[in-house]
Design a protein around this ligand. Structure first.
Ligand code: NAD
Ligand code: UFG
Length: 336
């Protein structure tokens, strides 16, 4: 086991996972069309690891381009991050989302079959637990979605389940991420959203720098300890190491597994604001506004299965996540 194709490898989670893979001794080949990331991420990964990375600027829907990567390299396994992830945009442009996320994944799987590559680790999401399951979320709970983005994750999980039935030697692990935040502790890699961020921590980071005036807290009347939404925030480097553990598992097993990657601990919006104030030494002004459509009160993982099957547990707390996010923000005022 040596050479891993990382789709979406210049993106937020993919770039950090490249670092973890190289640290664990794997060779990494990255494919990304750079629609939501910068090629500079490759230079940053190389700076952190001191290793060269082969990069292909390829769209995963371009079958010929994807085949070329498999012809040039003997790929042992694929870690598949590439996809679009903006919930609101997916509601406005459902066909684009299905075409990119589902179409791209089908093309990738077809090429993997052609080249007899038997292992896929897929970026799924806690969003597949929908809005009716009780917390903590466990992998055997029914899945559903409330928007097209979420449905692409539910559907791709099903495609992988079906494929594992049809191809007995195939191994697929769907990792259900909770809320990834933070950055590599060097400050060289981090989250770099285009425009005004939708997600809490990138937004708070821009309030801390003064780029945005104040955080709008989406509701303080939820049934939670302080009334604000509770989520399971996970350090992106813990998440990255989870992929290395999933890969080791997949090498020794066939079939489909869905596995949560979370800490098992919930934090409220106000907990995050306070942790970010501690990390940055700056005041984060807030204003409570209406609930955001589609939000749920509470989401956190039962991380037992990841511990049992992968031997993986998180190591970083919310203060460290905010400190690393802040370091990246200060060191990269215009992003990567
Ligand atoms: P990201 O946007 O930073 O990374 C995704 C990468 O995929 C980008 O670099 C983008 O350029 C690339 N890409 C998109 N479409 C492509 C295509 N057709 N061909 C080639 N490259 C393409 O996002 P991220 O936060 O790193 O998320 C990675 C994966 O994890 C996504 O599948 C996302 O849905 C999933 N996920 C993310 C979160 C989160 O909160 N960040 C939570 C759950 C699941
Ligand atoms: N929030 C605010 N103000 C903001 C942004 C967010 O109060 O400006 C609150 C939200 O209401 C929620 C919490 O902060 O209570 C976290 O919101 P995020 O947008 O950061 O994250 P979500 O849990 O809504 O969703 C994220 C990804 C989804 C993914 C899900 C589970 O955006 O794609 O985590 O992994 F499916």
């Amino acid at each position: 086991m040596g050479k891993i194709l990382v789709t979406g490898g210049t993106g937020f989670i993919g770039s950090h996972t490249c670092v973890a893979l190289i640290n664990a001794g794997y060779q990494v080949v990255v494919m990304d069309n750079l629609c939501n990331s910068k090629v500079e991420a490759i230079a940053r990964i190389e700076m952190i690891t001191g290793r060269h990375i082969r990069f292909y600027r390829t769209d995963m829907r371009d079958k010929h381009g994807v085949c070329q990567i498999f012809e040039d390299n003997k790929i042992d396994a694929v870690i598949h991050f590439a996809g679009w992830k903006a919930v609101g945009e997916s509601v406005e442009k459902p066909l684009d989302y299905y075409e990119n996320n589902l179409g791209g994944t089908l093309t990738l799987l077809e090429v993997m079959r052609q080249f007899q590559c038997p292992i896929l680790i897929f970026s799924s999401s806690a969003t597949v637990y929908g809005s009716h399951n009780p917390v903590p979320y466990q992998e055997d709970m029914p899945t559903s979605a409330t928007n097209p983005y979420g449905y692409t994750k539910v559907m791709i999980e099903q495609i992988l389940r079906d494929l594992c039935v049809a191809q007995h030697r195939f191994s697929a692990v769907a990792l259900r991420y909770f809320n990834p935040i933070g950055a590599h502790e060097s400050g060289l890699l981090g989250e770099n959203p285009n425009g005004i961020p939708n997600n809490l921590v990138p937004y708070v980071a821009q309030v801390a720098t003064g780029k945005l005036d104040c955080l709008r807290v989406f509701g303080n009347d939820y049934d939670t300890p302080d009334g604000t939404g509770v989520r399971d925030y996970i350090h992106v480097m813990d998440l990255a190491v989870g992929h290395v553990a999933a890969l080791a598992y997949a090498v020794n097993h066939t079939g489909f597994e869905a596995i949560n990657l979370g800490t098992g601990k919930g934090s409220s919006v106000l907990d995050v604001v306070r942790a970010y104030e501690r990390a940055s030494g700056r005041k984060i002004p807030i204003k409570v506004v209406e609930r955001r459509a589609g939000d749920i009160a509470t989401s956190y993982a039962d991380p037992t299965k990841a511990k049992d099957l992968l031997g993986w547990e998180t190591t970083y707390d919310l203060d460290k996540m905010c400190a690393d996010s802040w370091k990246f923000t200060l060191q990269n005022p215009r992003g990567l």
